[in-house]
Ligand binder design. Structure first.
Ligand SMILES: Nc1ncnc2c1ncn2[C@@H]1O[C@H](COP(=O)(O)OP(=O)(O)OP(=O)(O)O)[C@@H](O)[C@H]1O
Length: 334
C-alpha cells in the first residue's frame, strides 16, 4: 500500500541577509516524508540540514531570511503562514527534538509543569486529566519513576533523562511529524543507542513520519528508511537506505561512506575528504559544488548542472552527471 504523504518540500530555498547581501544557504531542496517513514538528512556541518528543518518549523525570522518554494504538511502550505499560525501547528502537528535538551528546556520550571504546558496549548484535556497524562508520557519515554521526575527540574536529571523529557515534550500532542536534529550527538554511546531505539519505537507506535538530522551514518543505517544527502546547501542524492549503502552514486555520498569508521570497517586507513564546505558567498548552485574537492575532476566542476535530481534506479535520485565517471584515485586505471 502507498504510504500517506505527510510533508512535501518542493524547491525549498532559504537565503540569509549577511553583511547586507542575500546569501543562499539551501537551494531548491525537494524532500518528502511519509507516514511511517524515517528520513535521515545527512551531510557535513554547514551543508544546510538544520536550515531545512527550521524552514519546515517556520522558525526563520522574516526580516533576516527568505524562504521560497513550497512546504506542505498534510496538504497545507506552510510558507507564508503567520507566526501565530505556525506556532499552533508546531504545537499540534510537529514535534521537535533538539541536540541540547538543557538549552531547550526551561531551567526554572518543573518537568511535569513543562509537559503540562505543552499539552495545554491544545486544550483537549480536563484540568484533572493533565496530571495522569504527564505521568503516562513520562512512562512512555522510559522514565522509571514518573511521579518523582515530574517534580524535578532539568538540572537534576542526567543527559539521557533530559533527552527522554525532550521526546516526551515532542510527542505530548501526538504529532504526525517528528523532527529530530542530532538527537543523540551530545550523549555517550550506550545512551545514544537507547534514545535512538526510543525514537524508533515511538515512531512505529504512533505511525509518525520522522525527519532525522545526523552526520552519523551508523545512526542512519540503524533507523532510517530513506536517506537524503546534502552538500553545500544542495540535495545531491536520496534513496532507500539499503540501496544507498549498497549503490551510492554521487561522489560526495561515496566519499562520506568511505570516510565513515562504522561503515567501512575493513579499511585500514580512514579516507579523509580533502578540503571543506565552501562559504555561503562562494556557492554557485548551478554547479556541482562537491567537485571543487575532487582535484581530478576540475573540468566537470566548472560545468553547469540541472537543479533537478535524476532517478537512476527506483526511488534512487542523484544530482548531476559526475557520478557516472567518478572514481577514487586508487580505482583509476593508469
Ligand atoms: N540564521 C542564520 N544566519 C546566517 N547564516 C545562517 C543562519 N543559519 C544558518 N546559516 C548558515 O547556513 C549554512 C547552513 O547551516 P546549517 O546549520 O543549516 O548546516 P548544518 O548542515 O545543519 O550544520 P550542523 O551539522 O553544523 O548543524 C551555514 O553556512 C550557516 O552558517
Amino acid at each position: 500500500m502507498e504510504k500517506q504523504l505527510l510533508l512535501s518540500g518542493k524547491k525549498v530555498t532559504v537565503s540569509f541577509m549577511i553583511n547586507g547581501d542575500w546569501q543562499t544557504a539551501i537551494y531548491q531542496v525537494d524532500l518528502d516524508i511519509h507516514r511511517d517513514e524515517v528520513v535521515a538528512l545527512v551531510g557535513e556541518s554547514g551543508s544546510g540540514k538544520s536550515t531545512f528543518a527550521t524552514a519546515v518549523m517556520g522558525l526563520h525570522k522574516a526580516n533576516q531570511s527568505k524562504v521560497t518554494g513550497s512546504i506542505t504538511l498534510a496538504d497545507q502550505e506552510l510558507i507564508g503562514l503567520s507566526n501565530l499560525e505556525m506556532a499552533k501547528l508546531r504545537g499540534e502537528k510537529v514535534g521537535m527534538i533538539f541536540q541540547d535538551p538543557l538549552a531547550a528546556l526551561n531551567p526554572l520550571m518543573r518537568i511535569g509543569d513543562q509537559i503540562k504546558e505543552a499539552m495545554a496549548m491544545r486544550d483537549v484535556y480536563q484540568p484533572s486529566e493533565y496530571k495522569q497524562r504527564v505521568l503516562e508520557l513520562l512512562d512512555q519515554v522510559g522514565i522509571v519513576n514518573p511521579a518523582r521526575t515530574a517534580r524535578q527540574f532539568p538540572h537534576q536529571l542526567s543527559g539521557g533523562m533530559r533527552q527522554r523529557i525532550m521526546i516526551a515534550l515532542a510527542i505530548a500532542n501526538n504529532p504526525d511529524l517528528i523532527i529530530a536534529d542530532e538527537p543523540t550527538t551530545a550523549l555517550d554511546v550506550t545512551i545514544q543507542a537507547q534514545i535512538l531505539d526510543l525514537i524508533k519505537r515511538i515512531q512505529e507506535k504512533k505511525h509518525a513520519g520522522v525527519l532525522l538530522i545526523t552526520h552519523d551514518l551508523g545512526v542512519v543505517a540503524e533507523v532510517a528508511d530513506t536517506v537524503a544527502v546534502m552538500y553545500a546547501g544542495q540535495l545531491v542524492e536520496k534513496a532507500p537506505v539499503a540501496e544507498l549503502f549498497a549503490h551510492p552514486k554521487h561522489p560526495y555520498t561515496r566519499s562520506l561512506l568511505k570516510s565513515n569508521p562504522s561503515i567501512e570497517q575493513e579499511q585500514d586507513d580512514l579516507y579523509v575528504i580533502p578540503g571543506t564546505v565552501p562559504a555561503l558567498a562562494e556557492m554557485d548552485h548551478h554547479k556541482d559544488l562537491f567537485l571543487q574537492r575532487v582535484p581530478w575532476m576540475q573540468e566537470l566542476a566548472d560545468q553547469p548542472i540541472a537543479d533537478e535530481l535524476v532517478e537512476v534506479a527506483p526511488q534512487h535520485f542523484v544530482r548531476g552527471e559526475a557520478w557516472r565517471t567518478f572514481e577514487f584515485p586508487e580505482e583509476q586505471v593508469q
